[in-house]
Ligand binder design. Structure first.
Ligand SMILES: Cc1cc2nc3c(=O)[nH]c(=O)nc-3n(C[C@H](O)[C@H](O)[C@H](O)COP(=O)(O)OP(=O)(O)OC[C@H]3O[C@@H](n4cnc5c(N)ncnc54)[C@H](O)[C@@H]3O)c2cc1C
Ligand SMILES: NC(=O)c1ccc[n+]([C@@H]2O[C@H](COP(=O)([O-])OP(=O)(O)OC[C@H]3O[C@@H](n4cnc5c(N)ncnc54)[C@H](O)[C@@H]3O)[C@@H](O)[C@H]2O)c1
Length: 475
């Protein structure tokens, strides 16, 4: 049976991006059709942020137990029930799922079609037996794991983010190809849950982060016992018994590893195939949908947001993009994206967080006319009390003190980065952060002290001392 629907907005993809537009638009009075071919909630809920953070939470708990003696507490080593850990992961997903469910979106007033969408013309698509005509479309079809051209890989089964959370038994030896956020989070999670773990990275780990922060991450992984091979090239993979044999070159030598499990985490590929983009007049560039600053595609009535645009691939960016689309599509406002204050966090322990420009990027855009202020966790009383003294904050400013970027490697870095995100988006100077009152003893003082450190050279200079002595001399 076929049917036809005419609507205001039709959204393809029920992940973070699509759901954010749908929930906003329908509650603002638009008629919304939402089409999802798989699980509502997309990657973030089912195979991304939520399961990875739930797995990491279990891993960090296990690790904390092993450190109990540092606090004068004596416990035995944690007994890790890997299947139990995975049950916890699934329980966390199940707890959040109702919020992203078909039922909730139908209650909000959306028409939800659970099928695959494909454009048939500039203003029509088909999903299952339904033809949808809409004034505006939003493509939010996300991304999937990109598979690198390693000889032999096409002939062996391997894990990606889509399958790694379905594994119920602890890998004896997990080999991870790719040292980006997925590879590193999964490496630490599995190591702390009892697996032997090896990471093979063609460059250096966490390449999008500041090298000073990455050094903290690398040390932590090495302390945990993760084997890291950086600047290593995987050459060949094959089956070996029930596991895998991987050959790589590293520091000029050829090495062979044998592992029980293989996880590929080498980046993402936008979901643009079989969408009928040609019929819709939507152009792609570099394997992703090309959009302008208003997130419009080459067909001005079709927007694209989230991972499918190949930009910054985070859930918070999917929601941010959704807000821009709502302003453009519903209110006809020419709202444009501004990505100057986008934070991101890798949730290893300690966390690695960045917002705005790191030192290298700031030098590339502002030359050497920048200043860098740092402060170390070891100088923070709360960090000492918690025995979490590894790490630092690094803030980059213009010569006049306008904040360009901040990076934090340390306990709760993800919670601390919000202040800097606000500071950059509000174009604040270091004085604003230096002048605020931070409660004692909190890790938040690290931010204030970094801002204070920025003033140290001028505050405690010969000139200041001269002025103070002069003023005191007045009586
Ligand atoms: C392991 C992992 C951990 C991550 N951790 C974090 C994190 O901690 N923090 C963070 O901010 N980000 C994280 N991310 C990134 C984050 O998950 C993504 O940026 C986000 O999910 C992108 O949302 P999206 O809506 O663009 O795409 P998706 O979530 O991929 O949703 C797209 C949806 O479209 C559907 N679809 C595709 N094609 C069609 C079609 N033709 N018809 C109908 N439906 C279709 C898909 O089934 C899917 O449900 C992580 C990603 C991974 C893989
Ligand atoms: N905490 C978070 O916010 C979080 C967590 C996980 C994922 N994500 C998002 O998902 C995206 C994808 O994550 P990712 O880690 O898969 O991708 P990524 O692109 O960030 O990192 C992939 C890494 O794999 C390496 N690589 C590529 N091909 C290789 C090869 N053949 N051999 C060895 N190494 C190779 C790259 O050099 C790179 O370091 C991230 O960029 C991020 O946007 C976010």
């Amino acid at each position: 049976m076929t049917s036809e629907i005419s609507t205001d907005i039709c959204i393809i993809g029920g992940g973070s991006a699509g759901l954010s537009v749908a929930a906003g638009a329908v509650q603002m009075g638009a008629r919304v059709v939402l089409i999802e071919k798989g699980r509502m909630g997309g990657d973030c809920l089912n195979t991304g942020c939520v399961p990875s953070k739930a797995l990491l939470a279990a891993a960090h708990h296990a690790h904390a137990i092993t450190r109990s003696h540092e606090f004068g507490l004596h416990t035995s080593a944690p007994q890790i029930d890997f299947a139990g850990v995975m049950a916890h992961v699934r329980d966390v997903i199940a707890g959040i799922a109702p919020h992203d469910s078909v039922e909730r979106f139908e209650r909000l007033g959306c028409t939800v079609i659970t099928d695959t969408a494909r454009f048939t013309s500039h203003n029509t698509l088909i999903a299952g037996g339904t033809t949808v005509r809409a004034k505006r479309f939003v493509i939010a079809t996300g991304s999937r794991a990109a598979i690198p051209p390693i000889p032999g890989l096409e002939d062996v089964p391997f894990l990606t983010n889509e399958t790694v959370f379905e594994n119920n038994s602890c890998p004896q030896h997990l080999i991870i190809v790719g040292g980006g956020p997925i590879g590193i989070e999964m490496a630490q999670a599995h190591k702390r849950l009892g697996a032997r773990v090896t990471v093979i990275e063609q460059g250096h780990i966490l390449p999008k982060d500041d090298p000073d922060l990455v050094a903290v991450a690398r040390q932590s992984l090495e302390n945990d016992g993760v084997s890291l091979y950086e600047n290593a090239m995987a050459k060949q993979v094959c089956r070996h018994g029930a596991g895998y044999r991987l050959t790589m070159t590293h520091k000029g030598a050829e090495l062979t590893l044998e592992g029980s499990h293989l996880l590929i985490a080498t980046g993402r590929r936008a979901n643009i195939d079989d969408l009928g983009l040609e019929q819709a007049g939507v152009e792609c560039a570099n394997g992703a949908i090309r959009v302008d600053a208003r997130l419009r595609t080459s067909n001005r009535r079709i927007f694209a947001i989230g991972d499918v645009t190949g930009g910054l691939q985070f859930t918070h960016m999917a929601s941010y993009d959704a807000g821009i689309v709502i302003r453009n599509a519903l209110f006809r406002l020419p709202a444009k994206v501004n990505y100057s204050a986008v934070p991101w966090v890798t949730y290893m322990d300690p966390e690695i967080a960045q917002v705005g420009l790191n030192e290298e990027a700031a030098r590339a855009t502002h030359g050497n006319d920048i200043r860098v202020a740092t402060w170390h966790y070891a100088e923070n009383d709360r960090a000492r009390a918690e025995r979490r003294t590894d790490g630092l904050i690094k803030v980059v400013t213009t010569a006049s003190g306008r904040i360009l970027g901040a990076g934090i490697a340390g306990h709760q870095a993800g919670e601390l980065i919000g202040l800097w995100s606000l500071a950059i988006s509000r174009k604040m100077k270091m004085g604003a952060v230096a002048g605020h009152i931070a409660p004692y003893p909190t890790l938040g003082e690290i931010s204030k002290r970094a801002a204070g450190a920025w003033y140290t050279p001028s505050l405690f200079s010969k000139k200041t001392r001269k002025i103070v002595r002069l003023l005191l001399g007045l009586g």
